[in-house]
Design a protein around this ligand. Structure first.
Ligand code: ZN
Length: 427
């Protein structure tokens, strides 16, 4: 692999997209902007779907679904990913005062590597519900929060026992000395331009303000927040917007489903375990002129690719990986297999995916978790169970999954985009 293999323009757009998307709502807003720019038509969540061929998208909170309808559809080819990443979220009664500091109380969202949030320059972003019924997104990338680690002189056990963090007491960020006159509500009023009394509720999240970067001696690695899973969201979106009704596989309705709440098990109105996708797919079929039976028959010919990150082999912890299934960075997209169905892939669902990868020269690696460690999961099994459609779990390899700053490969990012575009062109 060489620096020449990095698709720099694509990687720069990927980094810019992740930087502008510190929350699922921002990821959806950025995705909607790109779809709109590519000529996809926005459909309101509550309105009837447009009839006939075309390219459309629908926003629903932290989830967005885009689709392309050909003249005579008979199946769906779905690519799924998730917009959420583990992080810290500001509580409802947010203001804390401790030992001459003003702090914000936070909840832990998903499987956060808490240590990775220490001693970073943190900002705030999210959505705020106002009394007039509107919802405002805001993004404040000033480094206004810190979670300082305890000095080594005050933590004498750290050398023998390692760092231990209590999620209730050790991770509340500080943002000012207690001399401040600001409250979290007054801060939100400034950010949204609303009066304090008009602020009803919020989903506000902490994020690392350090921008994503190209790193490594050969400039072929990426260090960034939210690689899991905005890397897949962006790759899939870029693949979809590169297609037209003429270049996509004839007869297939191409669907891009970006779900929220994967990091907490996908069971929500906008998560992969809900009816979000299946009900929209049935409405898409109906709007395209298919009856209920046609729709159910279309499902039997359909295919789902669930794109989420995979674990690359960590050179300092090689023994944590299955010794016959090592995964290298910048060496190809990863098919994830698990006999216990933590991943949905099987021999049948690998077939079309491997063919699509071969068609565009994308190498494929296979990940299998060790038997003596519990395996994570993703949206593949939930989507597959909801739809009854053959499904494969794949993804780009990365290190430090769920860290505030993860590491992945710039060449893999392009491999992922290329293989997903190939799936939509051929399946
Ligand atoms: Zn993920």
């Amino acid at each position: 692999m060489t620096r020449e293999q990095v698709d720099s323009a694509y990687v720069q757009q990927l980094l810019a997209s992740i930087e502008s998307s510190p929350t699922p709502y921002h990821c959806v807003s950025e995705s909607a902007r790109r779809l709109d720019e590519a000529g996809f038509v926005s459909v309101d969540r509550t309105q009837s779907l447009p009839k006939g061929p075309g390219r459309y998208f629908r926003v629903d909170g932290g989830s967005i679904i885009a689709w392309m309808v050909p003249a005579k559809p008979d199946r769906f080819t779905v690519v799924g990913a998730h917009t959420d990443s583990p992080n810290l979220r500001v509580r409802a009664n947010a203001d804390l005062e401790n030992a001459s500091w003003a702090q914000l109380g936070v909840e832990v969202y998903g499987g956060v590597l808490l240590n990775s949030w220490l001693d970073r320059d943190l900002g705030l972003a999210g959505r705020v519900s106002l009394a007039d019924g509107s919802t405002v997104l805001f993004l404040d990338d000033r480094p206004i929060l810190r979670i300082p680690q305890l000095a080594i002189h005050l933590d004498r056990e750290i050398r023998d026992k390692g760092l231990k963090l209590d999620p209730q007491t050790h991770i509340n960020p500080l943002w000012a000395t207690s001399n401040t006159e600001a409250t979290f509500r007054s801060y939100l009023a400034t950010q949204t331009g609303a009066s304090e009394d008009d602020i009803l509720a919020w989903d506000v999240m902490v994020f690392d303000t350090q921008p994503p970067a190209i790193v490594g001696l050969d400039s072929d690695l990426i260090a960034s927040a939210r690689v899991d899973n905005q890397l897949s969201c962006f790759a899939a979106l870029d693949a979809l917007t590169s297609l037209t009704l003429e270049t996509a596989a004839p007869g297939a309705i191409q669907v891009l489903a970006l779900f929220d709440h994967e990091e907490v098990g996908s069971e929500s109105a906008t998560g992969a375990a809900g009816s979000n996708l299946s009900s929209l797919m049935e409405r898409i079929a109906t709007a395209a002129g298919l009856g209920r039976t046609d729709y159910l028959e279309a499902l039997t010919r359909s295919y789902v690719v669930s794109a989420d990150c995979a674990h690359a082999t960590h050179p300092n912890y090689v023994d944590k990986h299955e010794p016959n299934h090592h995964i290298a960075i910048n060496a190809g997209v990863v098919v994830k297999r698990n006999a216990n169905q933590r991943y949905a892939s099987d021999a049948a669902s690998e077939q079309p995916f491997r063919a699509a990868c071969a068609a565009v020269g994308v190498p494929v690696q296979t990940y299998i978790h060790r038997n003596d460690l519990p395996c994570g999961s993703t949206i593949g099994p939930a989507t597959s169970a909801q739809l009854g459609v053959r499904t494969i779990d794949i993804g780009a390899p990365q290190l430090a999954m769920h860290s505030a700053r993860e590491t992945t490969g710039a060449i893999d990012a392009a491999y992922l985009r290329n293989c997903l575009a190939s799936v939509w062109r051929t399946v």
